[in-house]
Each structure stands twice: as structure tokens, then as C-alpha cells.
Write a protein that binds this ligand. Structure first.
Ligand code: ACO
Length: 168
């Protein structure tokens, strides 16, 4: 396997199919420790309606992570301060794609003046966000397509990074 570093680019309309495929594969293959098969199916069903899924990504600030120009993951910022989606294809996890995506969204949000970012983190992603300085605030149970799924609202202050004299 190549040791190439993930690169980033903006979401394009032609990424609709590949992002939907990454979304479904990530849920099916990476979340079974925390969610039942019924819950995974309900979660993944958000990509059943191609046009609606594409419109959701196109309507947000969505970045694509690539390895050797191939899309392997994506993340989206909804409004000024909410990370809506973060998904990496199971064949390419553990190579820093998610970290690269979230670092970039934090920088973009911070540059726009956002002071605090929020995310409703799935149980399998909560540790990823905790490692990156997100603090758990509240447990939620959300109804998706007839199934109840738990997640955790987490927040991260960007104020330190934006402070005068901060290194980046
Ligand atoms: N549990 C604990 N630590 C993790 C996990 C995990 N599930 N995933 C990544 N990490 C750690 C890595 O070990 C790494 O640590 P290091 O910096 O100390 O080496 C660090 O987080 C960065 O990892 P990446 O390689 O950047 O993460 P990756 O590209 O593998 O993607 C992700 C992580 C997005 C959670 C992926 O596993 C995934 O798609 N999961 C299923 C879908 C999902 O639950 N997405 C989030 C839904 S919530 C939302 O969308 C807002």
C-alpha cells in the first residue's frame, strides 16, 4: 500500500455517487461495534435518495479527501459551526484522512470567525473527536427511519487557535 498523504479538494457535483458509496460502506463496515444491523441500515438509508443526499453535501461546505487523486473520505460543515458529516472509506481508514478533513474545516470555520464548533458524534467517532479536543456535552437519541440511534454532542473552542500570537 502506498504511503501517500491525504490531499483535500472541494466537493464537486460529480462526487455525489462516490460520497454516497463512502457513506454507506463506512456505516456498514465501521460501526457494527456500536450499532445494530437495523440501526446501521436506517443510518445508511440517508443515501437512498441520491438527489437529496447530493443536495445536502452541495448545500454545505464539503471537502473531499483524496489519496492519489481518488476520493477516500469527506466531511461537511453545516452553517458556520456544525460538523454535519465525516466519513472515510473502510479500505482507507487509519491514514489520517479524517484528521486532515477536520483540521481543514476547523481552519475554515475559524477564519470565518466561528468560536465554537459542534458535532453530534456517533459512538464510534466520539474517541476520534475527543482526541482532537472536542468535549462531550450531551447524549442524544435520534430517530432515523424508524430506528433510535445514540450520539453525543461535542464542542471544541476555536478561540485559542484564533488568539493573537497563536502559532497557526
Ligand atoms: N476510535 C478511536 N480512535 C480513532 C478512531 C476510532 N473509531 N478512528 C480514528 N481514530 C484515531 C486514529 O487512531 C488517529 O489517532 P492518532 O492521530 O493518534 O494516530 C486519529 O484518530 C486520526 O485518525 P484518521 O486516520 O484521521 O481517521 P480515519 O480516516 O480512520 O477516519 C472515522 C475516522 C471518520 C471515524 C472513520 O472511522 C469512519 O468513517 N467511521 C464510520 C462513520 C462514522 O461514524 N462517522 C462519523 C459520524 S459522526 C459525524 O458524521 C459528525
Amino acid at each position: 500500500m502506498s504511503s501517500a498523504q491525504p490531499a483535500l479538494r472541494p466537493y464537486l457535483p460529480e462526487d455525489a455517487a462516490v460520497t454516497a458509496a463512502i457513506f454507506v460502506a463506512a456505516i456498514e463496515q465501521l460501526t457494527a461495534d456500536d450499532y445494530s444491523e437495523e440501526q446501521q441500515e436506517a443510518w445508511a438509508s440517508a443515501a437512498d435518495d441520491d438527489a437529496k443526499f447530493a443536495a445536502r453535501l452541495a448545500g454545505q461546505l464539503t471537502l473531499i479527501a483524496t489519496l492519489e487523486s481518488m476520493p477516500v473520505g469527506f466531511a461537511s460543515l453545516k452553517g458556520p459551526d456544525h460538523i454535519d458529516m465525516l466519513y472515510v472509506h473502510p479500505d482507507y481508514v487509519g491514514r489520517g484522512a479524517a484528521a486532515t478533513l477536520i483540521d481543514a474545516l476547523e481552519k475554515l470555520a475559524g477564519a470565518r470567525g466561528t468560536l465554537v464548533l459542534t458535532v453530534d458524534a456517533s459512538d464510534n467517532a466520539a474517541e476520534f473527536f475527543a482526541k482532537r479536543g472536542y468535549v462531550a456535552k450531551q447524549r442524544n437519541t435520534v430517530s432515523i427511519n424508524g430506528e433510535w440511534l445514540a450520539n453525543t454532542t461535542m464542542t471544541k473552542s476555536l478561540a485559542d487557535a484564533a488568539a493573537p500570537g497563536a502559532s497557526s
